[in-house]
Design a protein around this ligand. Structure first.
Ligand code: NAD
Length: 256
């Protein structure tokens, strides 16, 4: 298995695989110019020559640079930076690349199985997600100074975004991946409503998903601890990658 990006998520995946966490999956190559790794650090050609499945855990730019080439090499691609697919050109390029399979990691949330089943019964009329994060994690240079000040030193929760998932992914590229996954699994980037709330009192990230349609009403909630290495990433995301690798590679029972 090859790994593009060995930061907060990738380093945990690498460490757990080295401990034998997932039967039948071993790390064979790492591509990340910013880190050192006992396997050494490969360029793309070396990574592709050593990998039957490649995990992208690096960011939008890396997915743009390498995603299609991974599939075209015949290797399967497991994408973690799902928010990058809000770019319609990149989504089309990745979907159309011929070769290995394209897997989208469910990442820091879940429940897409029931929502997709509901959509087979009848349309979902509304799908929304409210993400509440520690205030400092949502501050961005493009925000008004007043909003940044409130996020830095205010005491009340403040809503910093209310709009479509496609725009949320563009405005918060490192913090809107779950909205992208929800969009791709359900009604698309332009119909999923996203609210982002910065809460000075929050120490964990909360996601509240609501969907309703012919099949029924669904409310899913998640509260994730942050990665010790990256406050914008939920610690469970790396384990979601490991779970995905297990489901793809291990010949056992799958939760389908
Ligand atoms: N799907 C989800 O639910 C979810 C959840 C959290 C984070 N993410 C996304 O996963 C990705 C990784 O998150 P992280 O917390 O590990 O980030 P991180 O910043 O801790 O690590 C990213 C690593 O990728 C490397 N990198 C950057 N560009 C690269 C390139 N072009 N080629 C090779 N390596 C490159 C960096 O050097 C760094 O070591 C981010 O895009 C993040 O937004 C997704």
């Amino acid at each position: 298995m090859g790994l593009i990006g060995c930061g907060a998520i990738g380093s945990v995946v690498a460490r757990e695989l080295a401990k034998g966490a997932i039967d039948g999956v071993a790390l064979t190559s790492v591509l990340d110019p910013a880190v050192r790794h006992p396997l050494g650090v490969d360029d793309r050609d070396a990574l592709l020559s050593r990998s039957d499945v490649v995990v992208e855990a690096a960011g939008h730019g890396a997915l743009r640079d390498h995603g299609a080439a991974v599939r075209e090499s015949g290797a399967d691609l497991l994408v973690v930076s799902i928010g990058a697919l809000a770019d319609q050109g990149l989504e089309a390029e990745l979907r159309q690349a011929q070769g290995g399979r394209l897997y989208l990691c469910t990442g820091a949330i879940g429940g897409f199985d029931i929502l997709r089943a509901a959509m087979l019964l009848g349309p979902l009329e509304t799908v929304s997600i409210t993400s509440t994060k520690p205030a400092a994690a949502l501050s961005r240079p493009w925000m008004d100074e007043e909003v940044r000040e409130a996020l830095a030193s205010g005491s009340d929760p403040i809503m910093v975004f209310d709009g479509a998932a496609r725009q949320a992914c563009a405005r918060f590229p490192e913090s809107a991946n779950v909205t992208a996954t929800l969009s791709l699994a359900t009604v698309g980037f332009d119909r999923v409503r996203v609210q982002m709330v910065g809460d000075p009192a929050a120490t964990r990230v909360r996601h509240a998903v609501r969907a309703s349609g012919t099949a029924g009403n669904y409310e899913l909630s998640f509260e994730n601890a942050a990665s010790p290495d990256n406050p914008r990433t939920s610690a469970v995301t790396a384990y979601s990658v490991l779970r995905a690798l297990a489901d793809v590679r291990r010949p056992s029972v799958s939760f389908l």
